[in-house]
Design a protein around this ligand. Structure first.
Ligand code: GLU
Length: 368
């Protein structure tokens, strides 16, 4: 099975797996999960855990209601709860002789290339020291605009950065269904997805979006990032005891198969951005040029959406708003608004200074 052959596995667990509806911590579950991890490790597999629960555990300690928390309060609660979370892991994992470490990430840590390489090195060093990194978003300083917002996308970025073979999103349903399983008895579990756009085109995710904290949409976004960067992804039910063992034995989950990616590491990083800052809408001529591996020039841009700086991640969409590529912009959105539709030779005159002639250089761009 695919999981058995994975050298690096990232496993994401949500708050609802650690804390039940009565706000009791699911220690038994975590103990069984630790045994799962122990088995993977004894098979020489490297494991990273992305765990939510800082706010949930902070709320339990302080006897607060999560739903009533304003942002600044929830940041303070996350700061209190993160220690509780790590203490919980430390206590339970040490019984299996598993060493753990903590990595708290902010969006820039993965979206800026240099910082993402630093993070990669830290993960590698922790593997060498035989410690299991437990990752969460640094909720104590992140505000809405600069947040991953959900740990599904964070986990997919961690998987890409660490070159993981498989990402497992442990959810509260068995996987992806063709209909909402909570509303339709005849909903069927989709066991395998090889081509996201093709295989899922007849599914309406609007009514399907209530499971898991990030919902099914963030899981599919994570799946897209994984497929493009050459990592397989599994959505499985984490509520069962020993969920990883269950995946291996019962295979009752959704597996997103990724083709082997021919992209180099930098291009994988570009395509897996979790926070493109804006969009460029391009005409048919420019789209054709992109398909032929050419750079994006100002002349082919019809519209700019969003506000971004030079060097930021952006999406490139065709006239019908279908995403055709992602890349790093060589100009800010304000500059592009001035030069769009113009020939590259005119850029210097319009902006009043010398700049690049491509808006997105082909080396900074990946087709979707
Ligand atoms: N980082 C948040 C926490 O630890 C959770 C985010 C999520 O569940 O997706 O509470």
């Amino acid at each position: 099975m695919l999981l058995k052959n994975s050298k690096i596995i990232v496993i994401k667990i949500g708050s609802s797996l650690l804390v039940d509806k009565n706000k009791k911590i699911r220690k038994k579950w975590l103990s069984a999960f630790a045994k799962d991890i122990q088995k993977l490790k004894s098979n020489n597999q490297k494991v990273i855990i992305v765990s939510s629960g800082a706010i949930a555990l902070g709320c339990i300690k302080m006897n607060f209601n999560k739903k009533k928390l304003k942002l600044d309060k929830s940041q303070a609660i996350a700061s209190i709860g993160q220690i509780e979370l790590m203490n919980l892991f430390s206590k339970i994992f040490s019984k299996q002789k598993l060493n753990i470490s903590q990595i708290l990430l902010t969006l820039e840590d993965t979206e800026e290339r240099r910082r993402s390489l630093n993070a990669k090195r830290t993960f590698e060093n922790l593997f060498q020291l035989d410690f299991i990194p437990i990752v969460n978003e640094n909720d104590t300083t992140a505000t809405t605009e600069i947040k991953y917002g959900d740990n599904d996308r964070l986990a997919s970025r961690v998987a890409q950065i660490t070159n993981a073979d498989t990402l497992i999103l442990l959810s509260d349903v068995d996987g992806l269904y063709d209909k909402n399983p909570k509303l339709f008895k005849n909903a069927k579990l989709i066991k395998k997805v090889e081509n996201l756009n093709q295989d899922l085109k007849n599914i309406n995710f609007k009514g399907n979006n209530e499971f898991g904290s990030g919902g099914m949409n963030t899981k599919l976004e994570a799946a897209k990032n994984c497929q493009l960067s050459g990592c397989n992804m599994i959505i499985a039910n984490g509520l069962y005891s020993s969920p990883i063992d269950k995946i291996i034995k019962n295979n009752n989950c959704t597996l997103f198969i990724s083709k082997t990616s021919k992209l180099d590491a930098r291009k994988k990083w570009i395509i897996s951005s979790v926070s493109p800052k804006g969009e460029l809408i391009i005409d048919d001529g420019a789209k054709k040029a992109l398909t032929n591996g050419k750079s994006l020039l100002a002349a082919g841009i019809k519209n700019v959406v969003g506000k971004f700086k030079k060097g930021d991640h952006i999406k490139i969409l065709d006239k019908s708003k279908n995403e055709c590529a992602r890349g790093l912009s060589s100009f800010s959105s304000d500059e592009i608004n001035k030069i769009l539709g113009h020939h590259s030779k005119e850029i210097k005159k319009i902006l009043g200074y010398i700049s690049k002639s491509e808006v997105v250089h082909k080396d900074d761009m990946v087709e979707v």
